[in-house]
Design a protein around this ligand. Structure first.
Ligand SMILES: Cc1cc2nc3c(=O)[nH]c(=O)nc-3n(C[C@H](O)[C@H](O)[C@H](O)COP(=O)(O)OP(=O)(O)OC[C@H]3O[C@@H](n4cnc5c(N)ncnc54)[C@H](O)[C@@H]3O)c2cc1C
Length: 418
């Protein structure tokens, strides 16, 4: 039986370990922490398959000055991090040409289009169907003339997304607790949500272990490529037939050792838990750029994008802002959960909004599955299936081309750490 080590036990690494094991590999899963203690712990739980547009949208350029100056803006670049993040933003803007937009949208549609089917398969295998809801999702607008909402509607329709445009009364009929300020919404029916993303990860982990998967809590410190691949961790050294890097926002530190400098940024988001108000489905706001997801332990208010580097101290004022937004969107009284629970996570974001997915073209036995930005939960199961098929050599030629690591430029020979 071939041996694979998966580094990173976030939702991406867990799904990867699970599907590899299911296809017959002997799998060791390792993480510096317990499973799902990183970005996968507190996300908004939305299987957002409708989000097929790269984040590098040219309309952002017009909004940027306001976004950077508003105190409660959904986007923040910390002054101390401005220079460091500049190269990432230059690449980001470089992805705003119509040709790139079209290619990136096609690649995202490919991943998102198969995501829910893949999750359903995994949920059945892990007996976790109870954590899934198929109630659709709303994108609401407070703009009286609905101009932006109609533009969005056309954009989604052109992209082949199942969506309907609802007026205020139709929106209210679906979610009676929304405020009167809501002028309309987009209703996405082919999406889903989980009532507990952390518990979903624990279920995958439990199923993986029950089927004989091995677990190691340790930090991967050095990778020495070769056949087999040699790994040095904070607690031991060992060799493995294959290594799959699923280390989320920390993945670039590992790929640098292998000669790839990847423009991976930690795009930080926050959540605040509110007491349940009785929403039926995730509701996000077009103008306020945040989401409210009904979960089994309350209403999760999540969002914001902050560029401050991986290790910066969190600014939980950004989480507390979310409750003001929720109060504006809901007629129901919104109270923070007791005790007050705030959280932050580092989204692993690349400037083209695509993950790095596939085998290393330079070092045999090394594979990549990271960088799923705002869509890591959505895409985790399907990208895990793709990487499993890639290891097995079962993928149609060219299937992973848009996602390959070499799209970021030249491989540089590095002095490997001992
Ligand atoms: C506020 C917020 C809301 C979100 N909402 C959604 C949503 O609704 N839908 C959606 O699809 N996505 C959402 N996301 C994005 C999603 O959460 C992420 O894309 C996803 O969790 C990334 O998963 P991951 O497994 O790649 O990374 P992580 O969950 O961060 O896991 C990486 C793991 O690697 C480990 N690791 C790193 N380096 C090493 C090392 N050297 N050795 C050992 N272990 C290591 C870390 O400890 C960590 O556990 C949201 C994100 C945020 C912040």
């Amino acid at each position: 039986m071939q041996q694979v080590t998966v580094v990173g036990a976030g939702v991406v690494g867990l799904c990867t370990a699970f599907f590899l094991q299911h296809s017959g590999y002997s799998v060791l899963l390792m993480d510096a922490r317990q499973p799902a203690e990183g970005c996968s712990k507190g996300n908004a739980g939305h299987f957002a398959t409708e989000q097929v547009f790269p984040l590098a949208d040219p309309s952002l350029l017009r909004q940027l000055p306001a976004l950077l100056l508003q105190a409660n803006s959904p986007l923040k670049i910390r002054a101390s991090y401005l220079l460091q993040s500049l190269p990432w933003f230059c690449r980001f803007i470089g992805n705003m040409t119509p040709a790139k937009q079209q290619a990136l949208q096609a690649a995202l549609s490919q991943l998102n289009g198969s995501s829910i089917a893949s999750w359903q398969k995994l949920a059945t295998l892990c007996q976790s169907q109870d954590l899934f809801r198929y109630h659709g999702a709303l994108l609401v607008s407070e703009q009286p003339n609905q101009q932006s909402l109609q533009q969005q509607y056309q954009k989604y329709r052109m992209a082949g997304i199942d969506v309907s445009l609802l007026d205020a009364a139709e929106t209210m009929a679906l979610e009676p607790l929304l405020a009167n300020s809501i002028s309309g919404s987009l209703n996405f029916t082919e999406v889903a949500h989980t009532v507990d993303p952390w518990l979903l990860c624990q279920r995958i982990f439990a199923a993986f272990k029950a089927a004989g998967g091995q677990w190691l809590q340790s930090t991967l410190v050095a990778i020495n490529p070769g056949t087999p691949v040699q790994l040095v961790t904070s607690t031991s050294s060992f060799s493995t037939g294959h290594l799959v890097i699923c280390a989320g926002a920390h993945s670039a530190a590992l790929t640098t050792q292998l000669g790839w400098r990847i423009p991976l940024e930690a795009e930080r988001g926050y959540h605040l838990m509110a007491q349940d108000v009785g929403l039926n489905r995730p509701v996000s706001s077009l103008e306020r750029k945040f989401i409210m997801t009904p979960m089994q332990n309350g209403l999760r208010l999540a969002g914001t994008a902050e560029f401050s580097g991986l290790d910066a101290a969190p600014d939980f004022r950004r989480a507390h802002l979310l409750i003001d937004h929720a109060r504006s969107l809901l007629s129901a009284t919104v109270k923070p959960a007791e005790p007050v629970t705030v959280w932050f996570g580092n989204r692993p974001s690349l400037p083209d909004s695509l993950p790095v997915l596939g085998s290393c073209p330079v070092h045999s036995g090394i594979h990549y599955n990271f960088g799923h930005q705002h869509l890591g939960l959505t895409q985790a199961a399907y990208s895990a299936e793709l990487i499993t098929q890639s290891l097995r050599g079962n993928l149609p030629r060219g299937k992973l081309d848009p996602f390959r690591i070499e799209r970021f430029g030249q491989y540089r020979r590095q002095k490997m750490q001992a």
